[in-house]
Design a protein around this ligand. Structure first.
Ligand SMILES: [Zn+2]
Length: 377
């Protein structure tokens, strides 16, 4: 593999992973591992390893477990089980080279590491991102009257974000209603009426009025808001998660909170446009990086960077469950970004100091500034 000064600089840069999840703190069976490395679930007669991310695991993670590159899936799984989850996490998280993690703690059907446990395994620092749908659903589970819901949610959200280490909130509105919503703040009467239906019927928060109330509550909280965009499992209606639907809401909320568009694939160009025309919008292409693998991460980053101002791109792995993803996200980001920046240097579109600055901004500094992380100037 070639190199060059940009890649060397990026390889030496401790990344800020501004959106990720914990890792499963248990040994995984083969089927459990295969379930965790796909957004699609397991289908009879097919293996999750027969995919871009599966071959990337065999190519890039196997050597970290003392196996040859491209080791067969069965050998990979056997070696992983033999080493045990603690050793696997230490090796892969160590190789990922991130020293700060902003961890979404709102989704954990498995037993996942806490932010502190993840940070300890990686030798870094972790902060927490509060998922607002989880807060709303716990308020509903407590049993409130419809007329009390709006205030009860606001109070619960405020309590959640005042805990030490919380740096942002997150919404999965993309999964629940999509973004083609009325952008206006709903009235308390509208919220009460919507809450009446939701609290009577139960289930997940998926009412458009309550989702709008949640997004406006995020504005009131004043912390950066992470929004899941695009790529996700089959719960999502992909076309409704196009962030361009947020345009009117972004006009209404201009001058308030930073809005961080997560993942974005295949809408990285729409996200890049929004980051270009709205001061408060930032983006990453996390999750996409490991699913396309190092072989294609550069192409995704290139589209994201066609027009995005350089202070608006952040790094995230959006790794969930397996430390392979924390590592692959980092590897794909460093190689993809280094490749495209180095080419621009080599063709004299960019000079080297500028390229190194862009790399450092995207890999660490932009996130430190948006989240006001300690140690940031
Ligand atoms: Zn995530």
């Amino acid at each position: 593999m070639g190199g060059g000064p940009v890649l060397r600089a990026l390889e030496a840069l401790p990344l800020v992973d501004h959106h990720c999840h914990g890792v499963v703190t248990a040994d995984l069976s083969g089927p459990e591992f295969e379930d965790l490395i796909t957004e699609g679930g397991s289908w009879p007669g097919s293996s999750s390893f027969d995919s871009p991310v599966g071959v990337a695991v065999r190519r890039h993670c196997a050597p970290l477990l003392d196996l040859p590159r491209h080791a067969p899936a069965e050998e990979y799984l056997a070696r992983r089980a033999g080493l045990g989850w603690r050793e696997v996490h230490a090796r892969l998280l160590g190789a990922a080279g991130a020293d700060v993690f902003c961890v979404d703690t709102g989704y954990a059907p498995e037993r996942l590491s806490t932010p502190a446990e993840l940070a300890a395994a990686a030798g870094g620092t972790a902060f927490e991102v509060v998922r607002l749908e989880s807060v709303a659903e716990s308020v509903a589970a407590r049993g409130v009257e419809p007329g009390e819901y709006a205030d009860a949610f606001r109070v619960a959200a405020l309590e959640a974000v005042r805990r030490p280490g919380v740096v942002a909130v997150k919404s999965v509105a993309a999964y629940r209603t999509g973004f083609d919503l009325d952008p206006a703040r709903p009235s308390d009467a509208q919220v009460t009426e919507a809450a009446r239906h939701w609290l009577a019927g139960g289930g997940r928060l998926a009412d458009p009025v309550l989702v709008r109330h949640l997004l406006w509550t995020a504005v009131d909280l004043g912390l950066p808001l992470q929004l899941h965009v695009g790529l996700g499992d089959n719960d999502i209606r992909l076309h409704r998660s196009d962030p361009a639907h947020l345009t009117d809401w972004l006009h209404l909320t201009a001058g308030t909170i930073p809005v961080l568009l997560l993942h974005c694939w295949p809408y990285q160009r729409q996200a890049a446009y929004l980051a270009t025309v709205f001061e408060q919008v930032y983006l990453d292409v996390g999750l996409a990086l490991h699913f396309v693998g190092p072989a294609r991460s550069r192409a995704v980053l290139e589209e994201a960077l066609e027009i995005t101002p350089f202070r608006k791109l952040l790094y995230s792995s959006d790794a969930y469950g397996v430390a392979e993803f924390h590592f692959l996200g980092s590897l794909a980001f460093r190689r993809g970004l280094a490749g495209l920046l180095q080419d621009r240097v080599d063709s004299d579109e960019l000079d080297l100091p500028d390229a190194l600055r862009v790399a450092e901004w995207a890999g660490a500094h932009n996130a430190r500034q948006v989240y006001r992380l300690p140690g940031t100037s």
